[in-house]
Design a protein around this ligand. Structure first.
Ligand code: CA
Length: 230
């Protein structure tokens, strides 16, 4: 399968009119689009179509978008743009914790949605493995295999989302150095403004949950540092 020219998006939304207009907009942008209308269908479609990006509504029949995200990320990490019905903080935080990379609150503009999908793909392309230039990084019992995008701590593999992996490698590129949240947001997410710094916090939380609480130090009001021996 040549993914250089064909970009697949899976749109998961039970409201038919919204699903159709999102799909129409993304098809107009040149994407191949599949639609799933409930939780189980979404998991099956992700397995079948191997999408490059998933646009995922939280409120779904069957099981909800958070559970969909958890299941598809466990099978094969993929960038997820989550749609929430309102500016629901708890949906947002849980969404980021289960591996969503970005989110939008309804109602949203189709232009904004297309821009976010393009941004997710740009980030995924930028972080695609470049085996020659990507050595395995080792810090004590932490091992980051950049070519295979795998992380081990004390010999046990941690299953990171694509965003968590990118965040960790950014921190690992400057060990024991405090990186401001705004800079992480710009470098990892490609966001120019600082309105999403809580997104950084949530992903740091995810890394700590998967890799242990001692690895990343919080410098209050500033940012984060990877606390490892060089
Ligand atoms: Ca819905």
């Amino acid at each position: 399968m040549d993914t250089t020219f064909e970009r697949r998006v899976l749109v998961v939304e039970d409201e038919r009119t919204i699903a159709e207009s999102v799909a129409a907009r993304l098809r107009a942008e040149g994407f191949t689009v599949e639609i799933a209308g409930d939780g189980p269908a979404a998991v099956a479609a992700a397995r079948r179509h191997q999408p490059d990006v998933v646009v995922l509504d939280v409120m779904l029949p069957g099981f909800d978008g958070l559970e969909v995200c958890r299941r598809i990320q466990a099978e094969r990490p993929v960038p997820v743009l989550m749609l929430t019905a309102r500016d629901d903080e708890s949906d947002l935080l849980v969404g980021l914790a289960v591996g969503a990379d970005d989110y939008m609150s309804k109602p949203f503009s189709m232009r904004e949605l297309a821009a976010r999908v393009h941004a997710l793909l740009r980030r995924a392309a930028k972080s695609a493995p470049a085996p020659e230039a990507s050595p395995t990084l080792r810090f004590g019992d932490l091992e980051i295999n950049q070519a295979e995008r795998r992380v081990l701590r004390a010999g046990i593999e941690a299953h990171l989302t694509p965003t968590e992996f990118d965040l960790l490698t950014h921190l690992a590129a400057h060990p024991r150095t405090v990186l401001p949240r705004e800079r992480l947001l710009a470098d990892v997410w490609g966001w120019a403004d600082a309105s999403g710094t809580r997104t950084v916090d949530s992903h740091i939380k995810g890394l700590r949950r998967k890799l242990g609480p001692d690895l990343i130090r919080t410098v209050h009001g500033v940012g984060y540092a990877l606390e490892v021996e060089r």
